[in-house]
Design a protein around this ligand. Structure first.
Ligand code: URA
Length: 281
């Protein structure tokens, strides 16, 4: 459910301000009922929204892969006027939200979408989607430190769930550690490495579930193709089995909407709203 004026603006009917005027002028109906006051919400996938008798086209589901540079915060707006990640995808005229968070100083793979159901599952620990990070560290972790990273590190929230950790061979420069986690605690990778005496100098996310950053240049974005969107839905088809209390712990997410129920997903597949092998966006 979203405010009507926001839906009208997102569908490109008018600016948010002008959309409010359209509502106040009684030119908008929801399922045949004229709406004349601001603040009403509607779900365009369930209701028929019309402006001057013309049906509002639902915003197409859009999935963007951004190689976030250092700097912008993972948000859609900021009261302190700091740069935000959506500044980098301004050409995409739909209301995108980032999927999860990266610190301002972290770079790499960030998905942005207007598909709230998928975003919810990708970020909620119940689905435990794996995230792969590569960290340049000022001190090379020894075998014992790698074992600790894998086995769990005591942080303020509790012990981190089992992770994968390995060194990436490099000819020169700082040591590079790759860590795979499925939780999203605040600054988790930085704090894990700090705890084993290897502070992070730079951090990059290279993979989220089945999606890899690849060679997308820093600051650039591309649309996911339908096959990639299908692999994401497949990755969150079933909740992950909780292995420890930490796995069940809720984290702050950029939740867009309530979780999809199995029935919703099936309805969307029937409607052709979810990508299938033949459908492209
Ligand atoms: N872990 C961190 O420490 N920072 C991030 O941005 C993501 C994971």
């Amino acid at each position: 459910m979203e405010r009507l004026q926001k839906l009208l603006a997102a569908a490109g009917v008018a600016s948010r301000r002008k959309a409010e005027r359209l509502i106040l002028e009684g030119r908008v109906t929801v399922d045949g009922r004229r709406v004349t006051r601001l603040g009403e919400k509607a779900d365009p996938s369930r209701s028929k929204i019309m402006v001057d008798g013309r049906l509002l086209e639902a915003e197409p589901k859009t999935y963007i892969l951004l190689n976030k540079p250092k700097g912008p915060i993972t948000s859609v707006s900021d009261p302190q006027h700091r740069p935000v990640v959506t500044d980098l995808v301004q050409e995409v005229k739909v209301s995108l939200r980032p999927v999860g968070r990266l610190d301002a100083a972290t770079e790499g793979l960030l998905l942005l979408t207007n598909d709230g159901q998928l975003a919810y599952r990708l970020t909620h620990p119940r689905w435990g989607v794996e995230k792969v990070y590569q960290a340049e560290v000022s001190r090379r972790p020894n075998a014992a430190a790698l074992r600790r990273l894998r086995g769990g590190i005591a942080l303020a929230e509790g012990k981190t769930p089992p992770a994968r950790a390995r060194m990436i061979p490099r000819r020169s420069g700082h040591a590079l550690v790759e860590i795979t986690i499925h939780t999203g605690w605040r600054r988790q990778v930085r704090r894990m490495l700090e705890a084993v005496g290897c502070p992070v100098m730079s951090l990059r996310r290279v993979q989220l579930g089945p999606i890899k950053l690849g060679n997308l240049p820093r600051g650039k974005w591309r649309r996911l193709n339908p096959a990639e969107v299908r692999t994401l839905w497949k990755a969150v088809a079933e909740p992950r089995k909780a292995q420890s209390a930490a796995d069940r712990e809720p984290v702050r997410t950029n939740r867009v909407t309530r979780p999809a129920r199995r029935q919703d997903v099936q309805t969307r597949i029937r409607r052709g709203d979810l990508p299938t092998k033949t459908r492209t966006r």
